[in-house]
Design a protein around this ligand. Structure first.
Ligand code: MLT
Length: 233
């Protein structure tokens, strides 16, 4: 088994774990407590079009802020607690700046990882993968995002702990660095709040979302992306 860490694009044809810790991955993971499926869309226009055909709840953000005409933004808490009217389907149509864009280009089987489900993601990755797990940090508009690196480190830590055949385990030095960085949970939380996205979310009144996204291993939910739809594995 080979385990690697990448930025924006996967290097695996086998299994990828997409990580956008603030907030897309966390929102997708939390939303599956409430919605049966999520259709990730790559632009707001596309989301409106899909919603006409498939009828769902429209959610998403650009630059952190809810998109005009959408039902919801990208807050994990509000997706998880959304109350459906009688005629609504439990289908979420979601577009986000980085997370859903990165998903568009991944060709391997893909699951969604964050700090809130890191341990469970690691278990599913090992079950689903035949030879190569690549953890892919979504980043922010082409830039490195510390929260994605640290959440990836937590996932990689659990993968290296749970792997059965230690003799057949090769982990890249990039991935090892992320594991070393994930050690001190207080410092990780601090880094989430002080990150570019963490500060931006606090500025626009979404600090509670950062609180949500910094929780570690609070759920077993893991989303898998198949045929254009995200569902629980
Ligand atoms: C993204 O996909 O870029 C993020 O989730 C942005 C956000 O929700 O603030």
């Amino acid at each position: 088994m080979r385990v690697t860490l990448s930025f924006e694009e996967t290097s695996s044809n086998d299994l990828s774990v997409m990580v956008d810790a603030l907030r897309a991955s966390t929102s997708i993971t939390a939303a599956l407590n409430n919605f049966d499926e999520i259709i990730p869309c790559f632009s707001p226009e596309n989301a409106f079009k899909i919603n006409k055909k498939k009828k769902g709840v429209l959610a998403g953000e650009r630059n952190g802020v809810k998109i005009k005409g959408f039902d919801l933004g990208n807050s994990p808490d509000s997706l998880e607690n959304y109350e459906f009217s009688d005629d609504e389907f439990k289908r979420l149509i979601l577009t986000t700046t980085n997370g859903t864009r990165v998903l568009e280009d991944i060709k391997s089987t893909t699951i969604i990882g964050s700090l809130i489900n890191a341990k469970s993601v690691a278990k599913h990755a090992l079950n689903l993968s035949k030879e190569h797990i690549d953890v892919v940090m979504a980043g922010r508009n082409g830039y490195f995002a510390i929260e994605d690196f640290l959440a990836s480190g937590e996932i990689l830590y659990w993968i290296s702990k749970e792997i059965k055949d230690k003799n057949d385990f090769k982990i890249s030095e990039y991935a090892q660095s992320a594991i070393l960085a994930r050690g001190d949970y207080d410092k990780i939380k601090e880094a989430f709040y002080n990150s570019y996205s963490g500060r931006r979310l606090s500025e626009i009144g979404c600090k509670n979302d950062v609180d949500y996204c910094t929780q570690k291993n609070i759920t077993d939910n893991v989303a898998i992306y198949e045929n254009g739809v995200l569902k629980l594995v």
